[in-house]
Every structure is written in C-alpha cells, then in structure tokens.
Design a protein around this ligand. Structure first.
Ligand code: FAD
Length: 471
C-alpha cells in the first residue's frame, strides 16, 4: 500500500475530514502530521488561549488516531521543507489537506501546492471548514458581497450540504518515516496556570465537540431565538472553538439540527443556522478584503479622531476594572474561561470603541490572545461590526448603553454576580450601575471602582461629536 501525508491544521477531527477521506479513497495509507509554524502566520500567529486549546486538541486527535491503529506525528516548521522531507522519508505519493482562508495562510498554501506539484508529488486541498467557500457565492455583478442579507439569501438558494462521512474504525498503520517531536516540545500549553478555569468548561477535541452539540440539541436549541441574547443563561451552543479548530464540520452540525426539525423547532434552528451564516460571511469578507484585519472597511474612518490610547484605561478594560459591571463581567469571563457571550462581546466592544473611543484593533488584539475561539475572520468581522467601521456594521452612532443592556439581557443580575461577585450583595438595578449609590457601593464593595472610567453620558457625547466631525 502506498502512503499519503495527511496534513492536519484547523481540521482536528477524523469524521467528515475530506483530506483523510481523499487519502483512503485513493487507496493510500495516511501518515497523519501536524506542523507547528507560527512564524508563517505573521502578525496573527495564534494567541495564548488558542495555543492552550490546540495543545489539548492535538492530544485528543492523537488518542483517536491511536485507537484506530494510527498516530499523529508532530513537527516544527518551516512547513514546505518539512512536508518535502516527509514525502521523501515516508515514501509518500501524495499530500492532502483541508483549506484555510486566513490571507497569509492562503498565499503560503498556494505556494506549497505549487512546489509539491512541481516536484511531481500529488498535492490536493479540500474544503473541510465551510458550507460555502469564500469564492463560491457572487453577486449578480460577479463581485463579492458586502452585506449579509443578500449573501445569506444567495447561500440559501444554493443550499447543498456535503454528505456526512464517518472515519473507519481502523486505519492502516505506517511504520516508516520520522516520529516527530513530543507534544510538549511545541510549547503550546500555558506556562502559568491562568487557564485552569478553561478546562472546567471545555473539552477540546472531536468527542468534546460532539458532546457540546448534543448538549445544545437536548437543551438550549429549543428557545434559541430568545435565549441566545441572555448571558445569564446557557442559551447558545458554545461550539465556536470546536468549529474554529475544525473538531466538527459545520455541515454535521446543520444535519444534526435538521433531524430535530418540526414546526415548533424550525424557527430556532433557522435562527441558529443563520448565525453559522455570519461565520460563512466573515470568511467571505476576509478572503475578498484581506486588509480588513488591520484597516477600517469604511473609508470615512480615516478621518475619525480616535482617542489617544491611555494604557491605564486599556488595562482597566482588559482586566475588568472599568467600574461598569456588565463590561467588567464580560472581560473577567473572557480571562477566566477563554470565551465571552456574544451579547457581552458587543457590549464590551461598544464601550471600548465608543465610550473610550479606542480603535477596535486594540480590542481585536486582546481577544486574539485571550479567546479560545479566536478566529481571524470572525474576530475581524465582530470588531469592525461593533466598531462601526465594517462592511455591514452597526452604525457608529449606535452607542450601547451598558446599563440598559445589562437590565435587559441580565435582568436579575446573575451574570454580573457570577463574574463580579463583590457586587452580588447589591440589588438590581443598582448592581448594573453601582456608582449611583456611592455610600452603598463603598459599604458593599469598597475595592470596586467608585465611578466608571468614562462618564456614560459624556463618553457617548464625545463619541457622537467625533463621528460628526469625521463627515
Ligand atoms: P452560537 O450562538 O451557538 O452560534 C453558533 C455558531 O455560529 C458559533 O459557534 C459561531 O461559529 C457562529 N457565530 C455566531 N455568531 C457569530 C458572529 N456574530 N459572527 C461570526 N460567527 C458567528 N466568533 C468566533 O468564533 N471567533 C472570534 O474570534 C469572535 N470574535 C468576536 C468578536 C466580537 C467583538 C464579536 C462581537 C463577536 C465575535 N465572535 C467571534 C462572534 C460570536 O460572538 C461567537 O461566535 C459566539 O459568541 C460563540 O458562541 P457560541 O458558539 O455559543 O455561539
């Protein structure tokens, strides 16, 4: 039996893995490899939380492969040279992988494919991550979409899910070639135990992804439309890191939800699939507008006066010490479990970009380092959306009031109490705006900031004035 290199990247699963399937369909024994090469990802090399997740996800993948008689071999980059050497030493006829869409990676991978083919090796890539690859949907004029609704309408009109594929129970064993390095030698795991809280919530790897999907289907799926906005409830699927690392295919998620489709569940399922649609849209935008990881999509913001970054204020935002409880709760949730509820991502983002008038890049960078689901396409879209600078964004003049947001989406104050426990003894609505009763705040939580770092009304006015001035 001949050999093929199956190069794992952000597709850390066996089921529904088109690259693995291609090797087996070609009658080749897969040599499963992962190559660590953060230098090749430029300014957007994975952050600390992402690395901590990847460490565990690679371990889980290796366990799954060993259960099937195979194993995962780990290497350090450079990627092309490593693949070329593996082709030689494993006597491989082909290299298969699933595509990634981050701009630098797309360019790198195209060069790798060219080089391998020029040297006579079969090199094929597949779609393992998306329902629609970024170039597959076009406007009537043949260009990319910039607005979500028509993009999604088009996607639904061309809807066709790939068939599910279950990996075989046993895989051919390949003894030849190098074993690679130990997982610990990749230095992905956190050196300080800041991530201990993560692992009470998350189980990285394919099994964890399937379990999270089941939990969602048995629970929050029913009622998702309403509960998805409530950070005080487990109202969403929490599949984002699993989807980012490719531990489950999005089409498997959709197919599983569809088996539950009835007249009663259809609106919730459609609402959920539409959120997956935003994930598709973000990849579409990033592919067609690769500079938007750094640059505002809307050119009006070239003239916008952002505030000068005050490092103490930014540090207060990062650490959940702004004096605005819902903002602080979100930032502490992020630090402690590597994830933050979508509604709260919008609230903390609006606070940073509007009340504090700090450029969204500052927020995107912090999220990049601290989110377990940090994803270049989704993070860029999320920040340009809330910063008001994006393609199909919330307008800059829509400044979220963090107190009314908290009262609406965390009405009992449970979310605030769980992440800012020093305020738990304050009743609602005071818990969401404790500075309005300074004496009580001082008595209950003397260590908590007495005032928000930016006055709510003044910050809003300054943001709107800066926006007007940028016309
Ligand atoms: P669910 O509500 O269960 O949604 C299901 C899936 O749909 C998610 O797992 C995700 O893959 C996708 N999805 C949902 N909402 C969005 C969205 N607005 N944009 C794109 N995809 C979406 N998501 C990331 O995966 N990585 C990021 O780095 C990221 N950064 C963000 C930054 C900001 C400022 C904002 C406002 C949003 C960001 N999001 C990001 C989108 C969203 O907050 C998360 O996908 C969501 O909170 C993940 O939780 P969930 O899996 O329970 O979501």
């Amino acid at each position: 039996m001949g050999h093929a290199i199956v190069w794992f990247r952000n597709d850390l699963r066996l089921d529904d893995n088109p690259a693995l399937r291609a090797a087996l369909d070609a009658g080749l024994a897969p040599v499963c490899v992962y190559i660590h090469a953060p230098d090749e990802e430029g300014d957007w090399a994975p952050g600390a939380a992402s690395n901590a997740w990847r460490h565990r996800s690679l371990a889980a993948l290796d366990t799954e492969l060993r259960r099937r008689g195979s194993r995962l071999r780990l290497f350090h980059g450079p990627t092309l040279a490593t693949l070329q050497s593996l082709v030689q030493t494993c006597d491989a006829e082909a290299v298969f992988w699933n595509r990634r869409y981050d701009p630098l990676i797309e360019t790198r991978d195209a060069a790798i494919k060219r080089s391998l083919r020029e040297s006579g090796v079969q090199a094929d890539s597949h779609n393992g991550a998306l329902l629609f690859e970024p170039w597959s949907l076009q406007t009537g004029q043949g260009g990319p979409y910039k607005v979500f609704t028509p993009f999604w309408r088009k996607a639904l009109s061309e809807w066709q899910l790939p068939e599910a594929w279950t990996a075989p129970r046993m895989l051919p064993k390949v003894d030849s070639g190098p074993s690679g390095v130990a997982l610990d030698d990749l230095h992905l795991a956190a050196t300080l135990p800041w991530d201990t809280g993560f692992w009470q919530l998350w189980q990285p790897g394919e099994a964890g992804a399937h379990e999270a999907l089941e939990v969602f289907i048995d629970g929050a799926m029913r009622g998702y439309r309403a509960s998805r906005d409530r950070p005080d409830q487990a109202g969403t699927s929490r599949l984002s890191p699993h989807l980012h690392f490719g531990e489950i295919a999005p089409w498997r998620v959709v197919a599983a939800l569809d088996t539950e489709r009835t007249a009663a569940t259809a609106p919730d399922i459609d609402a959920y699939v539409r959120e997956l649609g935003w994930r598709e849209f973000s990849h579409h935008l990033l592919h067609h507008f690769p500079k938007t990881t750094e640059q505002d999509f809307n050119p009006r913001f070239k003239r916008f006066q952002w505030a000068r970054a005050d490092s103490a204020q930014i540090e207060a935002w990062r650490r959940g010490r702004t004096g605005v409880p819902i903002v602080d709760a979100g930032m502490r949730e992020l630090w402690n479990v590597g994830w933050m509820h979508n509604r709260v991502r919008m609230i903390v983002g609006s606070w940073l970009c509007k009340h504090m008038r700090i450029h969204w890049r500052e927020g995107a960078r912090w999220f990049w380092d601290t989110l377990v689901d940090a994803d270049l396409a989704n993070n860029t879209l999320g920040w340009q959306w809330i910063g008001g600078t994006g393609a199909d964004a919330s307008p800059y003049f829509r400044v979220f009031n963090p107190v009314t947001q908290a009262e609406k989406f965390d009405p009992r104050g449970d979310y605030i109490a769980s992440w800012v426990p020093e305020l738990a003894d304050l009743p609602m609505p005071l818990r969401a705006s404790p500075w309005t009763d300074p004496k009580l705040l001082e008595a209950v939580a003397p260590g908590y900031p007495a005032q928000p770092i930016v006055d709510l009304a003044a910050g809003r006015e300054a943001a709107l004035a800066a926006y007007q001035a940028s016309r």
